[in-house]
Design a protein around this ligand. Structure first.
Ligand SMILES: *Cc1c(COP(=O)(O)O)cnc(C)c1O
Length: 385
């Protein structure tokens, strides 16, 4: 866990000590280009573009400030920001594989990560195996002499199953595999997969970091060497750059991440308690529940709770389930999470899903717990009409 005084330093001070005019909000460097007074400076920048901005597709001081804060939060030497979480994951994966390699990934990884592996990279001769990764045995069985990379994401979305990151990653490292961890659910505040030995830690910064549903962004965190490799491969070549204004919004959002996550968790506790007691609810799966079957893993992985869970209603009547969804007035129907607004993602919107029709993911935002409970109460009641 990051001590609170260190968090305060990272979120409110780090990289901001010497701002002109002692501003309390950092400048947004709206410039595509940088110029040089001397040939020596210009040469130095070209020799190490990662640390000396030349052109804003490569580096921008506002983006750099955000990267320093995210690296400090994740406990890695460096971090590199992208225009989306998917861009960060794609660049991280591309930096680890070549034609002929084999990748092992946990089942139900983020859908576009799966598409990258199974479709895009597959066309370039990279093969992939999917495993549950919950007991470690299936991962070991999937290993072959071409395996170079393990991708983990714990818990996986919609079903909230966790992998034992510590034992899985230490096994992968003993086999000299690279390990990429999608830590979006952990948030940069909440879990440091680098402690378990993960090489590259990616986030959709769109979610908890952004926190207001107004920015799409991503980050990859890791050693100086790996981030440098990503910089000259998947970053500069594909150009999925984060813009300075967006980086500034994320720096602004980080100021309140502790308080936002705390409030949303407090509200979740009340909503979970309400749903668990409701006769029309079959089950609620919040990984932070004291009775959760994987609670030991949860304790070992998460420093703080997160405000997202799944639940199932008793009915499987599509008409009643749609009635429930469409009766909600405060909670919105939608993908994504991490913003101020609570969001319900019903499994029944997907044409192909491993989850039954009565399965829902609910992200709890910043609205009052009483309003959220009342919204759910009325929507559940409407199913009887
Ligand atoms: C949203 C999400 C992503 C993709 O991030 P974008 O910012 O939307 O590109 C990747 N992994 C997880 C777990 C996500 O929830």
């Amino acid at each position: 866990m990051i001590p609170h005084d260190e968090l305060t330093h990272i979120l409110y001070q780090l990289g901001e000590e010497d701002q002109p005019h002692q501003v309390v909000s950092p400048p947004i460097y709206l410039t595509s280009n940088f110029s040089f007074r001397t040939i020596a400076d210009f040469r130095q920048a070209i020799a190490d573009e990662r640390h000396h901005p030349i052109y804003s597709r490569g580096g921008n001081p506002t983006v750099r400030l955000l990267e320093r804060k995210l690296a400090a939060l994740q406990g890695t030497e460096d971090a590199i920001c992208f225009g989306s979480g998917s861009a960060a994951i794609a660049a991280a994966v591309l930096s680890c594989v070549k034609a002929g390699d084999h990748v092992i990934t946990v089942r139900n990884v983020y859908s576009w990560t799966w598409k990258l592996l199974a479709e895009t990279l597959n066309r370039f001769g990279v093969s992939v195996s999917q495993v549950d990764g919950e007991n470690g045995e299936d991962v070991k069985a999937a290993l072959n002499d071409r395996t170079t990379l393990l991708i983990v994401e714990s818990p996986t979305s919609l079903d909230f199953r966790l992998q034992d990151l510590r034992s899985l990653i230490s096994w992968a490292k003993s086999k000299r595999l690279m390990v990429v961890c999608d830590n979006s659910f952990g948030s940069p505040l909440n879990r440091k997969p680098v402690q378990f030995g993960a090489d590259l830690i990616c986030h959709s910064a769109t979610k908890f970091v952004g926190g207001h549903s107004d920015v799409v962004a991503g980050v990859a965190c890791g050693s100086h060497e790996l981030i440098r490799r990503i910089f000259y491969e998947g970053y500069m070549t594909f150009g999925a750059t984060l813009q300075a204004e967006q980086a500034w919004l994320l720096i602004r959002s980080l100021r309140t991440i502790m308080q936002r996550m705390d409030s949303a968790v407090e509200h979740s506790e009340k909503v979970v308690r309400y749903l668990k007691s409701h006769p029309l609810v079959e089950s609620v799966n919040w990984i932070f529940d004291n009775e959760h079957p994987q609670r030991e893993l949860v304790k070992a992985q998460f420093d703080y709770k997160i405000s997202m869970f799944s639940f199932r209603l008793k009915t499987t009547s599509e008409k009643s389930l749609i009635q429930f969804c469409e009766s909600l007035r405060l909670i919105r129907l939608g993908v994504s999470w991490g913003g101020y607004e609570s969001l319900l993602l019903p499994a029944l919107v997907f044409s192909s899903t491993p989850h039954p029709v009565n399965h829902f993911r609910l992200y709890i935002g910043l609205e009052s717990a009483e309003s959220l409970v009342e919204d759910l109460r009325l929507a559940l009641e409407s199913m009887n009409d």
